[in-house]
Ligand binder design. Structure first.
Ligand SMILES: [Zn+2]
Ligand SMILES: [Zn+2]
Length: 283
């Protein structure tokens, strides 16, 4: 499996000299394995860059959406493959609490007057599936979804292939007792090869923002240690977080990770990670 990071910011895209190295696009990560259609986590503005380098013979793209906040769906109408009538885009997203399906909610966001074209008129065959916490297969990928504390219906995903696992938890509300972990979230992360996790706030930034739906980097690290994951990828950076700050965070947590046997990496646009697995080795 090859993991590629196309957008690593939370909340809103950003663009200034201070964020150039890590990048300013919002959440989008792709998972590629030989013989499998690309599997994408979230539809943030990084999606446009994912689609831009995809081979022309790709006729199917599968997407796991964590939740429907702007920073996780804004890239959808800019996916180049939506212009192709021979391409299918299959989206799984959490069921909504207001009675609307995820498809109806996306339709309502991508339409006039907020957007010049309605989603249905864009082109490709888009299907949107409502997801409750469950397990299912997408090709050879085994997918598991659980509820994650955030603001509104939000899912975390574990994708496994040939015994190797990637967990994606983009937005995660830290509990008032930061020594506690949601049991389902902890189990989802159990001994994962890679955990891609919300790293929105430093301890200082967190003060006064305790109910914004996110966590401190330290909480993400504690979760990774408690779940015994091999590699923690700090993700969904605050748009105000500069490259220099992220360098310092990575340096600090790499040292702390050595003590607990967890490799810590700060996500940046264009970063690729390879997880050796059977399907790759024999392709
Ligand atoms: Zn977000
Ligand atoms: Zn959110």
């Amino acid at each position: 499996m090859n993991i590629v990071f196309h957008g690593v910011r939370g909340s809103t895209p950003c663009h200034c000299p201070e964020v150039q190295r890590y990048g300013g696009n919002t959440s989008c990560v792709s998972l590629l394995a030989r013989g499998q259609a690309p599997l994408v986590f979230d539809l943030g503005t990084g999606l446009r860059y994912f689609g831009g380098v995809l081979s022309n013979d790709v006729a199917e793209i599968n997407v796991l959406v964590s939740h429907l906040h702007w920073d996780h769906i804004q890239g959808l109408p800019f996916l180049p493959q939506l212009q192709r009538s021979d391409c299918s885009v299959n989206i799984w997203a959490p069921a909504q609490q207001d009675g609307r399906t995820a498809h109806e909610t996306l339709d309502a966001a991508i339409t006039q007057p907020m957007f010049p074209v309605s989603l249905a008129a864009i082109g490709a065959n888009i299907s949107v599936h409502d997801v409750e916490p469950s397990m299912w297969r997408i090709g050879a990928f085994e997918v598991r979804a659980v509820d994650v504390p955030h603001i509104g219906p939000t899912l975390g995903y574990r994708v496994s292939l040939d015994g190797r696992s990637v967990v994606y938890i983009s937005d995660h509300q830290e509990p008032s007792d930061s020594s506690q972990f949601d049991p389902k979230v902890l189990e989802l992360c159990d001994k994962a090869d890679v955990l891609i996790h919300d790293a929105q706030f430093t301890d200082v930034d967190y003060v006064g923002r305790e109910h914004w739906g996110h966590c401190r980097i330290d909480y993400a690290f504690s979760l990774a240690v408690s779940a015994g994951v091999a590699t923690l990828v700090l993700f969904h950076h605050d748009p105000s977080r500069s490259d220099d700050e992220l360098d310092a965070i990575e340096a600090e947590y790499k040292v702390r990770g050595l003590e607990f046997g967890v490799e810590v990496v700060v996500a940046r646009e264009g970063m690729e990670m390879k997880i050796p697995c059977h399907a790759d080795a024999h392709a």
